[in-house]
Ligand binder design. Structure first.
Ligand code: SF4
Length: 380
């Protein structure tokens, strides 16, 4: 079921576990009090961080308190970024979008923490433990390393292996929120989703404990649909005052890249996305069949132009294939004016994608060997 912002009991909600389709990001800023990211561009420059193409193109469109993290960095304090991946399927271009942000922050001096959410995969998606571990290492960690995340500067961990202080946080947090408050944020909840939400709060906040490095300035880059987890975690951080000195985490929000079929990208619908381990033949087939913003006939498209805003191929160019602005602008203008038709445009994208996938898969072989050695694997 595709859900937009559901209107329940006077409050609009996002479902972080559902297939959310977000059509109006400006409205999201207003409804949830997220700040526009573009206001931070001058501050980033002051911190010596050249804004990435994801920031300049508005793909990273919002934040909460990221300005405070950047100011801490300017003062010379330690800063960190944390994210988590649920090992329930293959690694695709939607995941790459988050990893590109980790790499950017790592290259700008942020310590990186990556949670492999095997507990969540087991309790929410019913993935077998052995499968979650193998997928976590060989799909997620290996692909992240192959994309350029430096394993020496990254702490990868499995949730079920994180140790007592981390689990103590989950217990403490469970006494700081009520079922009604969680329902107001998430809607209907099952015990497994309550557990998963509190575990995510521990993921985000535990790196502030001395045992895990004592990082007080932490940012979490997420897709817009994951904001409920951040709101819950920030509330919990406030409520630990007097017991633990936890700072509110900051967050940045990126737009969800539309799938090749026009819906949300998902590992469970293989034709909605390209996996970074797809064969070249398979990747080409998916791209060539992708939904575009083209018109019904070539004549109509030459006359009226295409609609790149609703085209999944254009979004592949924008997010992943064309970091140079001049290139992506030229595709946009050619499409709008009808100078280029979809077949030709897909071939331009394919040439870029083919190179990217080929190079990535060459690096992936070596990365798979490294991946098992950079994380402690749960024993039970
Ligand atoms: S010409 Fe290119 S950008 Fe325009 S709708 Fe077709 S595939 Fe998309």
């Amino acid at each position: 079921m595709v859900r937009w912002l559901a209107f329940v009991e006077g409050a609009e909600r996002l479902d972080p576990w559902g297939a959310v389709e977000i059509k109006d990001y400006d409205r999201l800023l207003k409804v949830f009090g997220i700040r526009p990211f573009k206001e931070l561009i001058p501050l980033l420059s002051k911190a010596g961080m050249e804004p990435s193409h994801l920031m300049m193109r508005g793909i990273i469109f919002g934040h909460r308190d990221f300005d405070k993290i950047i100011e801490a960095k300017i003062r010379g304090e330690r800063v960190a970024v944390l994210t988590g991946f649920m090992p329930s399927g293959k690694f695709h271009f939607g995941h790459k979008l988050t990893v590109d942000q980790l790499i950017y922050l790592q290259r700008n001096g942020f310590k990186v923490f990556v949670a492999i959410a095997d507990a969540e995969a087991s309790i929410v998606r019913k993935i077998r433990r052995e499968d979650a571990i193998r997928i976590g290492v060989e799909e997620y960690i290996a692909n992240m390393i192959a994309l350029g995340l430096d394993p020496k500067e990254t702490e990868f961990y499995f949730q079920t292996n994180r140790g007592t202080p981390y689990y103590r946080l989950i217990q403490l947090f469970s006494g700081r929120v009520t079922a009604a408050e969680m329902e107001a944020i998430y809607g209907d909840l099952t015990p497994s989703k309550i557990m998963a939400a509190l575990t995510q709060a521990a993921d985000i906040l535990h790196v502030q404990l001395e045992e895990y490095g004592g990082y007080k300035h932490v940012v979490v880059p997420v897709g817009a649909d994951q904001d409920p987890h951040l709101r819950l975690t920030r509330d919990i951080a406030d409520r630990m005052e007097g017991l633990l000195a936890l700072e509110r985490p900051a967050s940045t929000y990126h737009k969800l890249q539309p799938g090749l079929d026009g819906k949300k990208m998902s590992s469970s619908r293989p034709d909605s996305t390209i996996f970074l381990t797809d064969t070249l033949e398979e990747a080409r087939r998916k791209l060539m069949r992708a939904l575009t913003g083209g018109r019904a006939t070539a004549e109509e498209q030459r006359r009226l132009g295409g609609i790149p805003e609703v085209c999944s191929v254009y979004h592949m160019d924008l997010y992943h294939l064309m970091p140079e602005d001049s290139e992506v602008r030229s595709i946009y203008d050619s499409c709008r004016s009808g100078r280029i038709l979809c077949g030709e445009c897909k071939l331009v994208a394919w040439r870029k994608l083919e190179k990217l996938v080929e190079e990535h898969q060459r690096k992936l072989e070596k990365a798979k060997d490294i991946a098992w050695s950079v994380v402690e694997v749960p024993r039970f």
